[in-house]
Write a protein that binds this ligand. Sequence first.
Ligand code: KG4
Ligand code: ZN
Length: 332
Amino acid sequence: MRVLGIDTSCDETSVALVERGKILAARVLGQEALHGPFGGVVPEIAARAHAERFLPALAGVLLKAGPPDAVAVTNRPGLVGPLLVGLSAAKAFAFAKGLPIVGVHHLEAHVAAAYLLDPPPEPPFIALIASGGHTLLYDVPERGRYRRLGQTVDDAAGECFDKIAALLGLPYPGGPSIEKAARDGDPRSVPLPRPLRDDPLDDFSFSGLKTAVLYRLKGQDARRGDPTKAGVGVSDLAASAQEAIADILSAKAVRAAGRLGRKRLVLGGGVAANTRLRELVAERGRAAGITVFIPPKALCTDNAAMVAARGAELLDLGVRDGFDLDADPYSE
Ligand code: KG4
Ligand code: ZN
């Protein structure tokens, strides 16, 4: 089945056509230049930009790959205005062409990005999804079933990257900026906490790490009478923060896989584009005898091919939605 995927949940207008795990055409129109001056995504600006960019993105995909057999659209969670643009367009297109439509959970789509790999991971497997708004571990015991093991109790890993980048005066989006700055830094130069890394539960916490960087910058340590710790460079702090986040994420994901006896681990979400995290997960997975599946970077950050992949899975399982399908911005 040829599935048209649509994602407008945040700040990428994305459309893709996927057939049996192969991407036939894909367009991702980013909005970084629009939101950069504000240091984060402005929902109203994002929704308007999606409305302007959606038809060119759709036309590009259809002209290259031809018509689809079904439509899969992200309807949850996300920013409500941006979600409604893609959802309304998806419903109009499906209605006009007489196609089935299925609503997709954005984070489950991040897991399904791995189904676009050759070979794809076969369940059972564990999936670590780390994005700008979410950080969670799924157990996927069988095709189509996503059981949540744990999630962040405060900030998401991507949010932590973004907030630390802002503290360091690095440009938005923060993750790629930190990764770039970290290349010239020493990851062992600044000792930073690893909240909940060794906790037996599968939940995450990143706000303490962000606060530790803030204190380091504002000189709390200096006030405490340890002036040798003041004056740390941006690249050393970036490298140390990146190492701490990659350490926490990789340690917890590999441990959960080991505890549940899963031999495969999938990595996804925008933070999975981070080279150090990819390395560390691959290294620790190998040491634990676990096969690690990491999609190429363009399929880790927001894209519509992953939505089509999750949609295809739902359609195969017989799931169909009606035209009363609504956006659910705060969906768990
Ligand atoms: O999945 P995604 O594209 O959008 C959401 O669903 O949130 O994730 C965006 C997040 C942002 O926080 C961004 O800073 C982070 O992913 N990110 C990275 C990298 N590329 C994107 N974080 C670390 N290193 C990167 N290379
Ligand atoms: Zn995402």
